[in-house]
Write a protein that binds this ligand. Sequence first.
Ligand SMILES: [Zn+2]
Length: 412
Amino acid sequence: MNLEIDRDRLTEQIEELAGISDAEPPAVTRIVFSPADLRARAWLIARCEKAGLAIRQDAVGNIFARWVGSDANAAAVGTGSHIDAIPNAGKYDGVVGVLGGLEAIRALQRCGAHPKHSIELLLFTSEEPTRFGIGCLGSRLLSGTMTPDAARKLIDKDGASLEEVRRNAGYSAPLEEVKLPSGYYKAFVELHIEQGPLLEQQKVPLGIVTSIAAPASLRFTVEGAGGHAGAVLMPERRDALCAAAELILAIENAAKSSGAIDTVATVGICDVFPGAVNSIPSRVRLTLDIRDTDLSRRDAAMRAIEAARQTIAAKRQVAISEEIVNADAPAQCAPEIVEALLQACAKHGLASMKMVSRAYHDSLFMSRIAPVAMLFIPCRNGYSHRPDEYASPEDIARGALVLAETLASLAG
Ligand SMILES: [Zn+2]
């Protein structure tokens, strides 16, 4: 088998897809089910059809593009990622796994492979939490991690429900049909940029992920008392923003003092009401994203934050309510896929290292219904979720090559 990746075409397609966006280049913004996202989906489907893949779309817009194997009834080998992008993001997050996966399939077709198991490219809906406040929507539903009832309750910040938005996008089947039967995938491998600096620092072209860190996401609402910025004197105040500021610092401290560098906590949104220069903030909404590779350590940090919440609320006489949006367990990658990836690297004389994924991926949820692993390629300075995110054509092609080799060995 003489596997060759068409690096130029892959690079061209990444550029072309980056052009389907709601941001000024080089930035990319593609929010799920926005007109840009729908155009990008149509663009991708056309390319998959050109490669002879059979397309299926489910009720939440996950797209399956299947190269049917010689045993059409055997469990498929899956690969894929996402193409939705947060506001002002880059070109490579998710896209490398989707277009790299498509190119891997085409490379196998070109070299005359006839896999026994079907090989399926999967585009996940809404990996990014931008629109509905929860990430990995498609894979949560595919894996049964989220129930259709819970999904039906999702609304975006303009008040549009997921039900409404998906129907307008042309996806109207019942959400109950999304969950995959167990045994649907024999294996699932996701190619992705590292989104961290380790591969670049160690000058290793490929990272083989052995576990995916456990993220949790919470919302806090601080309710104090508003009033005139001149008339209410300091001893009388119950300023919601001042309480929120203390909570944010307590969150930072909980992560810093967990005893391990792997604990990370971020408050990324802070909405202040009423938000006027001469009005005391009466209400603040905060989000918290906290992650760790170790579930018990993350839970300990969350307990420290919980204690701080109660102390600050009592001291400042404000109410601080907390809502857990999700608290997911970490995933371990399947040893047999890790081994297949290692062997694929060795076969092509490429160095690799085992690593932990600290970012959130659809593979985390796919691990609940299928054996999974991930393959990382370097990205410049570890930058991601910003317009200067960059992975070189050489690194992307190497990733697609190892992916193709791995898919071939898994598909038999
Ligand atoms: Zn991603």
